[in-house]
Write a protein that binds this ligand. Structure first.
Ligand code: NAD
Ligand code: ZN
Length: 360
């Protein structure tokens, strides 16, 4: 038995207003006046000076607004890397992602691909990356995915939706400033928050569970219950706690694995472009068989916050399309093994998955 040697984020700042320390944090990391910092910023912040005016641009630094409408693609990563290489003679001093999981994953992938040859699709998988990434910083503006702590960056490529999982993927620096999440729309708050909740359930109910994962997972679940079920928290406290729940949920799956909901949600994402958070919710509605208590509590949360979940997303799909989703879901073997156990293939059949997808 060999145990994972898990790389963690090396530095983290937490606190309301900590975003103001960005300049102080970055300055010592500048390699030269010709080596810029590149800021990848969710375009939802375009024309929002309360955030953008605090981004410290000097010398040849560049701010690129990126849409989070769609999840990151390998082609998008490659195009960004090419643009950066063409625009600058020197390798950048760092990549800073400011946004949700979509932008954080893009920032990680661009930082990796600036030092690794070829196309990002060739690195989708586990430990294919050879060279350390350039310095990269993650600043989440919405809480739940755990992308701020994970060793993966999930990309949609030509043949699969799969992460670049490597020891060089985690951020060198994370800034956790819950104030940045203040304008997240309610539905999106719930969807991305439920990503964290689902991480907890899948980790805590999985066969890979161990004391390391459990200690983080239980804390994250406790925070989720406070945030989504109780009425006593102020909005500020809830935002502070959700940012930490996301962190702990990410740490929990880091040393275990996700499960049925994520496997099925990846299928929806790959074929239909359904985004991760809402995709997990769509799937989780139908998973009583696997996570009875977790699903029951999820439904109470959804009702309490009066959130509507898209229905009928698989209506009218052809058999071929169902097959594509089923192939994607079944290819994620560790997720099934964690959820069901070593003999998962006995119960998780194509018919079973088709039956589940048809309900969504
Ligand atoms: P997101 O980044 O896709 O953003 C969702 C929406 O919220 C977007 O419209 C965005 O513009 C908006 N938004 C973000 N911050 C906002 C703010 N402060 N105010 C107003 N609007 C704001 O959402 P997400 O759920 O955080 O990320 C999903 C992505 O994360 C997926 O691509 C998924 O694959 C990835 N993911 C990665 C990991 C990982 O470990 N790397 C884990 C889970 C999910
Ligand atoms: Zn997730």
């Amino acid at each position: 038995m060999s145990y994972k040697n898990y790389p963690m984020v090396s530095r983290v700042v937490y606190g309301r207003g900590s975003f103001n320390q960005l300049n102080e944090i970055l300055s010592p990391k500048r390699l030269s006046v010709k080596a810029p910092f590149i800021f990848l910023v969710d375009d939802v912040f375009k024309g929002k000076p309360w955030l953008t005016s605090r981004i410290p641009l000097s010398y040849e630094d560049k701010l690129l607004y990126i849409s989070a409408e769609e999840e990151p693609k390998t082609t998008q990563v490659d195009a960004l890397v090419e643009q950066i290489i063409l625009d600058y003679k020197e390798r950048p001093s760092g990549i800073i992602g400011i946004g949700g999981g979509t932008i954080l994953d893009l920032a990680k992938a661009v930082a990796l691909m600036l030092t690794n040859e070829g196309e990002s699709k060739d690195y989708q998988g586990w430990d294919i990356i050879k060279n350390p990434a350039i310095y990269h910083v993650g600043i989440p503006t919405i809480s739940g995915t755990g992308a701020e702590v994970s060793r993966t960056t999930i990309l949609t490529g030509p043949v699969r939706k799969l992460g670049i999982n490597s020891d060089y993927t985690p951020f060198d620096q994370v800034i956790l400033d819950p104030e940045l999440t203040k304008d997240v729309p309610k539905d999106q708050w719930f969807y991305t928050g439920m990503d964290c909740y689902v991480h907890c359930i899948e980790s805590l109910k999985g066969t890979y569970l161990n004391a390391f994962s459990q200690s983080y997972g239980e804390k994250a679940l406790e925070l989720c219950k406070e945030i989504f079920l109780e009425d006593t928290l102020s909005q500020k406290d809830a935002a502070d706690k959700l940012m930490m729940a996301s962190w702990h949920g990410g740490m929990s799956i880091a040393y275990s694995q996700v499960g049925v909901a994520h496997a099925l949600s990846y299928g929806l994402g790959y074929l239909l472009g359904v985004k991760h958070g809402v995709g997990n919710c769509i799937v989780f509605e139908h998973l009583e068989e696997y996570y009875p208590e977790g699903v029951a509590m999820y439904k109470i949360m959804r009702k309490k916050h009066n959130i509507s979940i898209p229905q009928g997303v698989c209506e009218g799909l052809s058999d071929k399309e169902f097959d594509i989703m089923i192939d994607v879901a079944l290819s994620l073997e560790p997720l099934w093994e964690n959820a069901i156990g070593k003999n998962w293939k006995k119960t998780i059949t194509r018919e079973k998955l088709k039956d589940l997808y048809q309900k969504m």
